[in-house]
Design a protein around this ligand. Structure first.
Ligand code: SF4
Ligand code: SF4
Length: 145
């Protein structure tokens, strides 16, 4: 197995290697609330309206930034410093010098292994198209961090 993430910096990775780090968990597609006083970020179990809840893939990936201006465009710099990236996010793990989990598709060779291992949002979220903004505070959860 080519464990390039242990040997290369983000900047040394090819575009394909960088993209393949994403495990497809879709946790970065969750609606987040930032506490105005503490500035901490809280995750909800509500997910962006463009996420396909069956596949956990963006339904319009090429146009995601036009569709959702706040949709993240992850860079090495952000991977190192973004405070709300989930602890399981592969980019955060690698930025922190940690290995990928056993269920990561790069380790298993199975593109669905993250989902099979329960590592994605599959089955745990509702779409924001089904939720009133006023109810988001009531949908904060702590198991996506
Ligand atoms: S949280 Fe990280 S690993 Fe998960 S989908 Fe987002 S970028 Fe990919
Ligand atoms: S636009 Fe797509 S990639 Fe961006 S947050 Fe929504 S579902 Fe996720």
């Amino acid at each position: 197995m080519n464990q390039f993430w242990k040997e290369k910096s983000f900047e040394q990775m090819s575009h394909e290697e960088w993209e393949s780090l994403c495990d497809g968990c879709a946790k970065c597609c969750l609606i987040k609330l930032r506490d105005s006083k503490t500035k901490t970020v809280k995750f909800t179990n509500v997910v962006c309206r463009y996420l396909d809840l069956q596949t956990c893939h963006c339904s319009d990936y090429p146009n995601r930034h036009e569709n959702v201006p706040e949709c993240i465009f992850l860079t090495p710099e952000l991977a190192r410093h973004l405070d709300w990236l989930p602890k399981t996010c592969a980019y955060r793990l690698v930025a922190d010098g940690k290995d990928l989990p056993w269920w990561h598709p790069l380790k298993t060779g199975d593109p669905n292994s993250a989902r099979k291992a329960g590592g994605t949002v599959y089955g745990k979220v509702v779409s924001e198209s089904e939720v009133d903004d006023a109810d988001l505070e009531d949908m904060v959860v702590n198991w996506f961090e």
